[in-house]
Design a protein around this ligand. Structure first.
Ligand code: CTP
Length: 216
């Protein structure tokens, strides 16, 4: 298969030296890209800034902001058989980008933020993607209900959900406990290393893609 994977956080610049970001390490997305490549698939990894090594045998496209990630996905999604959206994309960015370093003035500072485009949410509706579509959901409550809502809203075939409030898993961690939310059922595999979970998730995605191709 030709697979596109997004990973890592995005950086939303305020001025030349400051930005807004989040705690995503990129580990889960990189582990997925690596597992797809090891299973013999052609992989394009579109990644926000991370400390990770680029997995072997993967085409790599680095981006910074949500807008850059959106443009990269728009450019490369056509003719992909599967797309996996593991990036923790900022939902808001500063309304203005200051050309020069902002100087401190008053005792308080109010930032105006504007919504970034929903990349995963645009894939079916704007980019006309008909392949296998996988989203991620990081939640701190009502995991299954929020993940199922995302699956339906964004037209996914599977949402891989994890509870980021649990210590030792999820963000920054080498381990993860995921809930697999499919259109008609939910599965809860045991907690494991991200590098062990990823090949299992790749096999699930291969299965979904094969079913779709068979017209299921
Ligand atoms: N996503 C994306 N583009 C965005 C935001 C999210 O592609 N601008 C993708 C993520 O990569 C992930 C999924 O959408 O696969 C997460 O869904 P989302 O509803 O954005 O999650 P939250 O940001 O947690 O949403 P909410 O604020 O509704 O909980």
């Amino acid at each position: 298969m030709r697979v596109l994977v997004t990973a890592g956080p995005t950086r939303e610049a305020l001025d030349p030296v400051r930005y807004l970001t989040n705690r995503s390490s990129g580990k889960m997305g990189y582990a997925m890209a690596d597992a797809f490549a090891k299973a013999g698939h052609e992989v394009l990894l579109i990644s926000g800034p991370t400390q990770l090594e680029i997995p072997e045998g993967v085409d790599f496209l680095p981006v910074e902001s949500a807008l850059e990630m959106y443009a990269a996905v728009e450019r490369h999604i056509a003719r992909r058989d599967a797309a996996v959206f593991a990036a923790a994309v900022a939902d808001y960015r500063p309304a203005t980008l200051s050309e020069h370093k902002m100087k401190k003035t008053g005792e308080t500072l109010t930032l105006e933020l504007v919504r970034t485009p929903d990349i995963l949410g645009s894939v079916r509706s704007q980019f006309g993607f008909t392949g296998t579509l996988i989203g991620f959901a990081a939640e701190t409550q009502d995991l299954e209900a929020f993940a199922r809502d995302k699956l339906q809203r964004k037209g996914c075939d599977l949402v891989i959900a994890n509870d980021v409030s649990k210590p030792g898993i999820g963000f920054d961690s080498d381990r993860n406990e995921v809930l697999l939310v499919f259109p008609d059922h939910t599965e809860a595999p045991p907690e494991d290393e991200k590098h062990h979970l990823a090949p299992m998730l790749v096999r699930e995605i291969e299965r979904i893609a094969a079913e779709k191709m068979a017209g299921g």
